[in-house]
Design a protein around this ligand. Sequence first.
Ligand SMILES: [Cu+2]
Length: 95
Amino acid sequence: MRVEVENGLAEKTTVHWHRVRVPHAMDGVPHLTQKPIGAGERFVYEFDAVDVGICWYHPHQRSFEQVGRGLYGPLIIEEPKAVRADREVTWMLGD
Ligand SMILES: [Cu+2]
């Protein structure tokens, strides 16, 4: 998986791949695994998505504000061979 993040916020951010096993440098923890992505800067996350399942991504920089304002999303890593199902629905619920 390769994701190029362009930070359009007026503040720093990072992206953490929640529940996904990634190399340390791709884990999105500011000041620990990477320098935060400054406003207007870019950062490329790249890793092998080997853990099948339903995950999500979210910033780890000022999470209370950035996650609280909806900066997150689902990340579904599918099986190599599709599972047979009548219907598949993805819900992201925020409170
Ligand atoms: Cu998380």
